[in-house]
Design a protein around this ligand. Structure first.
Ligand code: IPM
Ligand code: MG
Length: 371
């Protein structure tokens, strides 16, 4: 039966294909057990696309991404492609997807599963029950600002430069998503910038405050400098509900928040565009926060949970399948509670399980939950 749920799957490089395989097993399970099917199409991105086509993302794959309901992404990059010219690097494929799909809102939830409170780098009492949402602006700021480049000065010395830039509308649209998310959670939003040293931060703070005052008076808004936020995240992370911040600070703070949950291998993300006012459709790409981890690629050691949880976010945000998303998340929680661990979250001395053993454990939990 043809499915009306079209997915483009871009496993990418390194551990990307391995962790994606475990999601494919869940998709098969959903097809058989829940009679929910997806129309899945595979594509290449990053180093894999460079090897096959000489570019990190072909125009055809870009067009496919714009046409489907959601893109499920693995990870890109690796030492094999490190020496390529900047515009040819694997990462440019992902950045092009984000920019051309206009995925300005990147949701990075950092949730500590009870069973993993001991795996965190912080004391268990600081992180037990932690549930925060980092909302990262994803299509602006220093990642895309112009001018940028490396120039040679008259002295012969080279100078590298990038531009941090935000317009009022770029700030406003991500701020609104932040307020809306906070409204569905504990009603608190922390806006993060460096207004003490950057003009773009001054404008960011002004615009967020103004939107809060005029459109979301019931949300409790506070402002924080990014360096203080990094410190507060490791000092007392439970003070946060939703954090909204720019592209670069969001990149850094979300890696930091990931370690609170035990491992970078645990954090999913959803990158969303604006809702089309007539169709209600939103461009969307789902990806784990972790990278391609070339050091462990191909060894069956990778933790597939961030990719699995990204798929759960896809069910929730792109297809409004909250019940199925809950079930996948519950299966992950149950597997962790049973003590099964991949190497990144294993206790000292514990024998870790492989990527596919973790996938199998999730399927058997799903079987129990669906019974
Ligand atoms: C992330 C990654 C990417 C980023 C890289 C792979 C381009 O670190 O999604 O956090 O810097 O945005
Ligand atoms: Mg990052």
């Amino acid at each position: 039966m043809a499915s009306n749920k079209k997915l483009l799957v871009l496993p990418g490089d390194g551990i990307g294909p391995e962790v994606m395989n475990e999601v494919r097993r869940i998709v098969d399970w959903m097809d058989k057990r829940r009679h929910v099917s997806f129309d899945m199409q595979d594509g290449l991105c990053g180093g894999a696309a460079i090897d096959a086509h000489g570019t990190p993302l072909t125009d055809e794959t870009m067009a496919d991404a714009l046409a489907v309901d959601a893109v499920l992404f693995g990870s890109v990059g690796g030492p094999k492609w490190d020496d390529l010219p900047f515009a040819m690097k694997p990462e440019r494929g992902l950045l092009r997807l984000r920019k051309e799909m206009d995925l300005f809102a990147n949701l990075r939830p950092a949730i500590v599963f009870d069973a993993l409170a001991d795996a965190s780098a912080l004391k268990p009492e600081l992180v037990a029950g932690l549930d925060i949402m980092i909302l990262r602006e994803l299509t602006g700021g220093i990642y895309f600002g112009e001018p940028r480049g490396i120039e040679t000065l008259p002295s012969g010395e080279r100078r590298g430069f990038n531009t941090q830039s935000y317009t009022e509308s770029e700030i406003a649209r991500v701020a609104r998503v932040g307020f809306e998310l906070a409204g569905k959670r504990q009603g608190r939003l922390t806006s993060v910038e460096k207004a003490n040293v950057m003009e773009s931060g001054v404008l960011w703070r002004e615009v967020v405050q103004q939107i809060g005052d005029t459109e979301f008076p019931n949300i409790k808004l506070n402002h924080m400098y990014a360096d203080n936020c990094a410190m507060q995240l490791v000092r007392a992370p439970k003070q946060f509900d939703v954090i909204v911040t720019d592209n670069l600070f969001g990149d850094i703070l979300s890696d930091c928040a990931a370690m609170l949950t035990g491992s970078l291998g645990m954090l999913p993300s959803a990158s969303l565009g604006a809702e089309d006012p007539t169709t209600g459709r939103r461009m969307a790409l789902y990806e784990p926060v972790h990278g391609s981890a070339p050091d462990i690629a191909g060894q069956g050691k990778a933790n597939p949970l961030a990719e699995v949880l990204s798929f759960a976010m896809l069910l929730r945000y792109s297809f409004d399948m909250g019940e199925d998303a809950d079930m996948v998340e519950k299966a992950v929680a149950n597997v962790l509670a049973s003590g099964k661990r991949t190497g990144d979250i294993a206790a000292p001395g514990q024998q870790p399980i492989s990527t596919s053993e973790m996938g199998a454990a999730i399927l058997s939990e799903l079987d129990k939950l669906a019974a």
